[in-house]
Ligand binder design. Structure first.
Ligand SMILES: [Zn+2]
Length: 359
C-alpha cells in the first residue's frame, strides 16, 4: 500500500485499490464519506463531489434533490451525466462568489433550468454554512481507524457488502426467535412482514421499539435479565401477582402465550376481535390464509395486542380481557386515524376469517 496515494494514506482513492477487491474499495469509500461527514480537515468538503456526498446530507429532502432532481439526465445530457457528477464546490465558484445560472451554463455548455439552479444554489449555501466553519465536533483520523477494529460495527458494515453478512445475520435472528418460541420458521413473506413491522411510520415510537426488541430477541424478559442482573426476579410478573408457586420462569413464550393469566385473556380478546380463539402459530407466525397486505394489517393488530400485554407487565399491573380490549382499542383508533386503509382492510379481513372459521 506504500506506493498508493503518493505515499499518503489519506490520498488513496477507490480507483487505486480497485484490483484489491471489494473490501479495500469499501474501506476507501467509507473513509471518503467519513472525511466528508465528520472532519473539517483542510476544509475537505471542498474536495469531495456534490454527487452522493455525505457532507450534503443536511436533510432528507435536500439529499433527494441531489440524487434525483439535480443531476437530471434530460437537463445535462445522458452522455455527460458522469462528468457533472464529479462537480465539486470550487467548480461552481469564482472569486468567492457562486456562479450564476448563465455562467454555469456557459462554462459547462449545458442548459440547466432556473428551478434546478435554485436547488443547486440552496444546497451549496447550506453545505457551506454547515461545513465551512471550522467549529463544532470533528473526529480525527485515528478515531476513524478505530472503527476498523476487528468486530467493529463499521468493519462489519464494509464486510457485509462483500459477504452479505446482513442477510445471514437476519437469518440467525429469525432462527433464534422461533427457537425460543419452539416453533418452525414461517414462510419468507411472513418473515418479511414480521421483521419489517417495527419500521411502520404510523406506529408510536414506544410500540416500534417494543416490536424491534421482540423480534431481535432483546426484550427484557425475566429469564434474560437474570443473566445481566442477578438481583432481578426471573419469574413471571403476572404469575407472581397471582401468587402462583413455584413462579414459572418469565420467557417470551411464557409471557405472551403460556402464562395462565395471558392465555385466558388471549382467548377472550381474540374472540372479541377475530370471532375465534387464535392459535399459537397464528399469534406468532401469522399462519392465516391471507394475502401479504392482509397479513401486514393483522400483524399490526397482533403487535399492538402484544405491546399491551408487555406494557402492563412492565407496570406490574394485572390485566383483564376488558382492560386489554380498552387499551388495544385506544391504540387502534390512533393508528386508524393515520392509516384508514389499514383500518378498512383489518375489518374486511376479520369478517372473512370469521366466516371461514365457522364454515
Ligand atoms: Zn405467568
Amino acid at each position: 500500500m506504500t506506493d498508493l496515494g503518493d505515499g499518503n494514506i489519506l490520498n488513496i482513492t477507490e480507483e487505486d485499490v480497485k484490483e484489491k477487491g471489494n473490501i479495500f474499495k469499501g474501506i476507501v469509500r467509507s473513509y471518503n464519506s467519513f472525511k466528508a461527514g465528520y472532519t473539517k480537515i483542510n476544509r475537505n468538503y471542498l474536495s469531495v463531489t456534490l454527487w452522493y456526498n455525505d457532507a450534503f446530507r443536511i436533510g432528507k429532502g435536500i439529499t433527494a434533490w441531489l440524487s434525483r432532481d439535480l443531476f437530471r439526465e434530460d437537463e445535462l445530457g445522458i452522455e455527460n451525466i458522469s462528468v457533472y457528477r464529479t462537480w465539486k464546490i470550487p467548480d461552481l465558484r469564482e472569486n468567492d462568489n457562486w456562479l450564476s445560472r448563465v455562467q454555469i451554463n456557459t462554462k459547462f455548455n449545458i442548459a440547466i433550468s432556473q428551478e434546478t439552479y435554485h436547488k443547486l444554489h440552496r444546497i451549496l449555501v447550506l453545505a457551506e454554512r454547515k461545513y465551512g466553519k471550522n467549529t463544532g465536533n470533528s473526529l480525527g483520523i485515528n478515531e476513524y481507524f478505530d472503527n476498523f477494529k476487528k468486530g467493529s460495527k463499521r468493519l462489519r458494515k464494509v464486510l457485509s457488502t462483500k459477504f452479505n453478512l446482513k442477510k445471514q445475520g437476519e437469518f440467525r435472528q429469525v432462527l433464534t426467535h422461533f427457537n425460543v418460541l419452539n416453533m418452525a420458521k414461517p414462510e419468507v413473506n411472513v418473515i418479511h412482514i414480521l421483521y419489517g413491522a417495527w419500521n411502520s411510520n404510523f406506529l408510536p415510537n414506544t410500540i416500534k421499539t417494543f416490536i424491534f426488541k421482540l423480534m431481535s430477541n432483546t426484550l427484557g424478559v425475566g429469564a434474560r435479565v437474570i443473566h445481566i442482573n442477578e438481583n432481578t426476579d426471573a419469574g413471571c410478573t403476572y404469575c407472581s401477582i397471582m401468587n402462583t408457586r413455584p413462579v414459572p420462569l418469565e420467557t417470551v413464550q411464557h409471557i405472551f402465550w403460556d402464562c395462565p393469566v395471558v392465555s385466558k385473556i388471549l382467548k377472550g380478546v381474540s374472540r372479541h376481535y377475530l370471532g375465534f380463539e387464535i392459535s399459537k402459530d397464528e399469534f406468532f407466525g401469522l399462519n392465516f390464509n391471507l394475502n401479504n397486505w392482509e397479513l401486514y394489517c393483522i400483524n399490526n393488530f397482533l403487535n399492538i395486542l402484544k405491546y399491551v400485554i408487555w406494557n402492563n407487565k412492565l407496570r406490574k399491573k394485572l390485566i383483564t380481557a376488558n382492560l386489554v380490549i380498552q387499551e388495544v382499542d385506544f391504540h387502534l383508533e390512533y393508528i386508524f386515524g393515520v392509516n384508514r386503509k389499514l383500518a378498512t382492510t383489518l375489518s374486511l379481513m376479520r369478517h372473512y376469517l370469521i366466516t371461514k372459521r365457522r364454515g
